[in-house]
Ligand binder design. Structure first.
Ligand code: ATP
Ligand code: MG
Length: 402
């Protein structure tokens, strides 16, 4: 028979989880198994009293990342109790609210880094808090254990606090370090579950962006097909990397990459009307295939409907499909990013991917030659701009070699 007088032992693991990483997961798992907890609830903080969070990552996104990270552990769950609450998140309020949803015989264990124990007296209503939960402090490298033991003795005699220390393996991972790695374009693989790195990548978290990046990202996620949106996202990432490689503005390159196919899915009829409205040159290739003009049309739409006026970005979007005889260094990057982004799969793509980081002009020349060949096979004309662009680039190559 089940003994109903014995409550559950529930661990609470608070944190900003900005983002969650293996340090957090390892800590929760070690404590769960050492103390013998029935479950661990992760509680991402809403507005922490002690530290300011980065503003470009929302509470919902931090919550979502925790959800992804714990998905394969049946003993772990996540609560949105703090991120749903308005105002500053105090642990005491969270504990009271959680207790009201649990059985009165359940015992709560508040899991924290031992460093937090040293600061416990700065927490709101800490004396009352120690009556509601038991504390499990995980010792981490760099913590002065004499000071810690002294503090625990003091808290025990002062308010009968129950504090247990658990030694856990040292994992020198922190969210702060992860964030700076991302903004330095370093890898974060193996520091957290792959589902979380994927989420960070797909949502462009922890990087500096153009101020219009978020609203356009939102708009495109709702208007483009899934496949086209994914391609746009990948082009944005690739354009950013190419910009870093070639000393162009990565923030602008990312936005140009994101927006380049804004008009790609317009129907032919709409495309023809817009070609007329924007006075786009009717090259035979465009007459044959109006969709080809989607770059120039996208730039027209951005100007007309969004009053977007960054000429560098507009030019790059305009010429990303067939190029331009005087294509700018910046526009070349968007042209190439579109070709080599990781979701592209065509004959020779690996070669173009490698070449792109060595010589952007040679990548364009080689790609146009391949296109010319394919189009000739299908008896289709290449756009005049592409031919002229290749001529210009070949002339430059000749001059450089002389
Ligand atoms: P930040 O760098 O932004 O301070 P963080 O990586 O320390 O973030 P928090 O969300 O502040 O993560 O931490 C939540 C809890 O996890 C805290 O109790 C903290 O002590 C603990 N913790 C964080 N990183 C590790 C780690 N590498 N090993 C063990 N415990 C950790
Ligand atoms: Mg911390």
């Amino acid at each position: 028979m089940i003994n109903k007088t014995v409550g559950k032992r529930i661990g609470l693991m608070g944190g900003s989880f900005n983002p969650i990483h293996f340090g957090h997961l390892m800590l929760a798992e070690q404590i769960r198994t050492t103390i013998g907890l029935d479950e661990v609830i992760f509680v991402p903080v809403g507005n922490p009293p002690h530290k300011a969070l980065q503003t470009d990552v929302t509470s919902e996104q931090r919550y979502e990342m925790v959800k992804l990270a714990i998905a394969d552990n049946p003993f772990f769950s996540v609560s949105d109790i703090e991120i749903k609450r308005e105002g500053i998140s105090y642990t005491i309020d969270t504990i009271k609210e959680l207790k009201s949803t649990l059985s009165s015989i359940d015992q709560l264990y508040f899991i924290t880094g031992a460093d937090a124990i040293l600061l416990l007296e700065t927490w709101k209503d800490y004396k009352e808090l120690t009556q509601l939960v038991k504390f499990i402090g995980a010792t981490r490298p760099g913590i002065d254990s004499d000071a810690l033991l002294k503090k625990i003795t003091q808290l025990k005699s002062e308010c009968h606090a129950e504090i247990e220390l658990v030694y856990i393996p040292a994992l020198a991972i922190s969210s702060t370090d992860i964030r700076s790695r991302i903004s330095d374009e370093k890898s974060i693989r193996y520091l957290m579950p792959e589902s979380v790195t994927d989420y960070i990548y797909q949502h462009f978290l922890y990087r500096e962006h153009h101020e219009l990046f978020a609203p356009f990202f939102q708009m495109l996620s709702q208007t483009l097909s899934k496949k086209r949106f994914r391609h746009s996202v990948e082009t944005a990432h690739t354009a950013r990397l190419l910009a870093i490689r070639y000393g162009e503005d990565p923030v602008k390159a990312e936005l140009a990459g994101l927006l380049h196919d804004l008009a790609k899915e317009y129907k032919n009829e709409k495309m023809r009307d817009l070609i007329d409205e924007f006075g786009i040159d009717k090259d035979p290739a465009i007459v044959h295939l109006p969709n080809l003009a989607h770059g120039e049309v996208a730039a027209g739409i951005l100007k007309r409907d969004y009053h977007f006026d960054d000429e560098l970005i507009l030019e790059a979007i305009k010429w990303h499909t067939y190029g331009h005889p005087q294509i700018s260094s910046f526009s070349k990057l968007i042209y190439v990013a579109d070709i080599i982004e990781p979701s592209r799969d065509f004959e020779g793509v690996h070669y173009f991917r490698r070449l792109a980081y060595q010589n952007i002009d040679e990548t364009i020349i080689a790609f146009c030659e391949q296109c010319d060949h394919h189009l000739a096979e299908k008896q289709m004309a290449i756009h005049g701009n592409s031919k002229k662009m290749v001529m210009t680039l070949l002339n430059q190559r000749k001059n450089d070699n002389e």
